[in-house]
Design a protein around this ligand. Structure first.
Ligand code: SF4
Length: 358
């Protein structure tokens, strides 16, 4: 679609949404990529005034609890370990403001990987070291980590393990609608996660909580279309889970990826930043693969640590406040010198608000 036609289409849809709404409609987007797309495309500034947008807990780096960060730091400081991570984790401050980048500057052996499989290459090259991959992320990243573990087992690699702090999305949505302090009238559901899990894990939102929800792609027009669907269902009091990203999301998700997850991981309780423990919202490595579980291999136990001083990421992630409500935003906390993870990650709300000046 050419640019003018696209603009016209967006305006037409937003006019229709504005006409349809009789009062505020607050929707939460649950994916960092949606956050970025909404800001980068300028959609946020075009939203009809009754459409309220809040970011949810969809940035994996941001939701990683300080106690899990502390566990990662402990491993990174182990002189026998090469700690393999996704790049975003490098600059996440712990509760004392120390980052993995700081530890690397002091000599810790930390390597950024683009894929968990890269850590197997590291293991083969460094047989005198323990290679630990830090498993951070949602259902989207878990299958590759699972496949890396099965591959390591097949190859007989003995010096490789995974520190699993993986999380799953539906339980945190359940938590937010049951215990959250913010009223949510609709969800823009994460496209990437949905490619793996499909539609049915979200059905409780419509069935039990009467909240319309739409799985959406990441182009601005995908988001606009999803908002049209969301507000229409809301006004008609006809909550459903709609899949507006059919080109990527199959109703039952990706069976092969689901099999890998089930083979290697089991559902466990997990800690979310700003929330604390949510039952059955994480993934631990099964006993059949226990030799690849870094927590068991290194006897790691969680430490009781808090948020970085003054940081309000926990409230941002639950939609309780906007990033700009944090007194540190843009002053003590900027992308160059982040205090909390929401300012570090490219998918973080604070970073998006700062970068796009909304
Ligand atoms: Fe945390 Fe910085 Fe965001 Fe405040 S602005 S909530 S300190 S990341």
């Amino acid at each position: 679609m050419d640019h003018n036609k696209l603009q016209h289409k967006i305006k037409e849809t937003f006019d229709r949404i504005q006409e349809r709404l009789k009062g505020p409609f607050r929707f939460m987007e649950v994916c960092g990529t949606h956050t970025v797309s909404i800001f980068r495309s300028g959609l946020k500034s075009l939203f009809p005034h009754l459409l309220e947008h809040i970011s949810g807990p969809g940035c994996p780096v941001c939701v990683t609890h300080p106690r899990d960060i502390a566990m990662g730091m402990e491993l990174a400081e182990n002189p026998d370990v090469i700690f393999a991570i996704f790049g975003d984790m490098m600059r996440v401050p712990d509760s004392n403001g120390i980052t993995l980048k700081d530890l690397r500057a002091k000599g810790a052996n930390i390597v950024v990987c683009y894929s968990p499989l890269d850590s197997l290459k590291l293991a083969l090259k460094n047989i005198d070291k323990e290679i630990v991959f830090w498993g951070i992320g949602f259902e989207t990243t878990v299958p590759t980590v699972g496949a890396t573990i099965t591959e390591a087992k097949k190859m007989g690699i003995k010096n490789f393990s995974v520190l699993s702090h993986h999380k799953i999305i539906p339980p945190v949505l359940k938590f937010l609608v049951e215990y959250g302090e913010v009223e949510i009238n609709g969800f823009l559901l994460p496209g990437h996660v949905s490619t793996i899990i499909g539609i049915s894990p979200y059905e409780f939102l419509a069935k039990d909580h009467k909240i319309p929800s739409v799985i959406a792609g990441f182009d601005p027009i995908d988001i606009v279309y999803a908002l049209d669907m969301l507000t229409s269902m809301y006004i008609c009091n006809s909550p459903k889970i709609l899949n507006c990203y059919e080109r990527a999301v199959k109703p039952k998700g990706n069976k092969k990826a689901q099999r890998v997850i089930k083979e290697v991981f089991k559902v466990s309780d997990a800690y979310w930043r700003g929330i604390g423990k949510i039952e059955a919202s994480g993934l631990e490595i099964r006993d059949t693969y226990k030799e690849f579980d870094a927590k068991k291999r290194f006897g790691l136990t969680p430490k009781d640590v808090g948020e970085p001083k003054g940081c309000r990421c926990g409230e941002v992630l639950q939609g309780k406040i906007s990033p700009k409500d944090c007194p540190l935003f843009g002053k003590k906390c900027t992308p160059i010198s982040p205090v909390g993870p929401c300012m570090v990650s490219t998918e973080g709300s604070c970073a998006a608000y700062y970068k796009y000046g909304v």
